[in-house]
Design a protein around this ligand. Structure first.
Ligand SMILES: O=P(O)(O)OC[C@H]1O[C@H](OP(=O)(O)OP(=O)(O)O)[C@H](O)[C@@H]1O
Ligand SMILES: O=c1cc[nH]c(=O)[nH]1
Ligand SMILES: [Mg+2]
Length: 219
């Protein structure tokens, strides 16, 4: 399974990651959401390089020209709620894609923030049979939300290719996805891979709570 870590090379993307991490910048919600969206746009472009392409003829005002265009049926499946701006960024580039939304969230137990279950209560998806499935979530901490979302989506068909698109992943979650997703057809795309999880399963150094940073605190 290929794992791409965009932070391994220098690019403008690093500036967007810097801004979503920096506590003096990240609380500007409009900027935070737009940076997540911008990273989604760049990631969509990079993912597209591995697609199948077909040649078509295009009539310009002056002549006919052959152009290679992507030849895959894409479904962008996003985990609510932090995934929403990321979804928009990916969809800005794959504008012909179909879309799926899954609500997977951490429900904390009475005992505090250390212990929680992942709940899936909502799934709105087209058929994913034979299609290219992009699973989008900016945070891949333990990998449980991504894994449960994928299993919920399998009720809608079996995808031909799977792209796990994330912004900050933990090293542990990368290993978890490698062990739980089909090896032969899954690719992982991360803007950065961080070393640790804390006792509340937050990524360290990470960015904090992506959903809250994008949309405000929930009770
Ligand atoms: O890899 P995991 O350990 O499963 O954690 C990652 C999940 O946690 C966050 O969502 P959260 O449950 O905080 O919901 P939110 O997006 O509504 O804030 C994040 O957006 C992922 O979906
Ligand atoms: O670090 C983390 C882990 C889960 N969800 C977040 O928003 N951040
Ligand atoms: Mg959250």
């Amino acid at each position: 399974m290929e794992v791409y870590n965009f932070s391994d090379s220098n690019s403008l993307l690093n500036s967007f990651i810097r801004e979503i991490r920096d506590i003096t910048i990240q609380n500007d919600r409009l900027r935070f959401r737009r940076n997540i969206e911008r990273i989604g746009e760049i990631m969509a472009y990079e993912i597209s390089k591995g697609f199948q392409y077909k040649k078509i003829e295009v009539n310009t005002p002056l002549d006919v020209v052959e152009v290679s265009i992507p030849d895959e049926d894409v479904v962008i499946a996003t985990i609510l709620r932090a995934g929403l701006p990321f979804h928009h960024g990916i969809l800005n580039y794959f504008d012909g894609a179909e879309n799926a939304f899954v609500s997977a969230y951490r429900k904390y137990k009475e005992t505090g923030h250390q212990s929680f279950d992942i709940h899936i209560e909502y799934i709105a998806s087209p058929s994913i049979e034979g299609k290219t499935l992009i699973l989008a979530d900016p945070m891949l901490a333990t990998g449980s939300s991504m894994d449960l979302t994928y299993r919920a989506l399998l009720t809608k068909g079996t995808p031909a290719q799977i792209h796990i698109a994330t912004i900050i992943a933990s090293r542990q979650a990368i290993d978890y996805c490698k062990a739980n997703f089909p090896e032969d057809k899954t690719t992982i795309w991360a803007a950065a891979i961080d070393p640790d999880l804390n006792e509340s399963s937050y990524i360290v150094p990470g960015i904090g709570d992506a959903g809250d940073l994008a949309y405000g605190q929930k009770i």
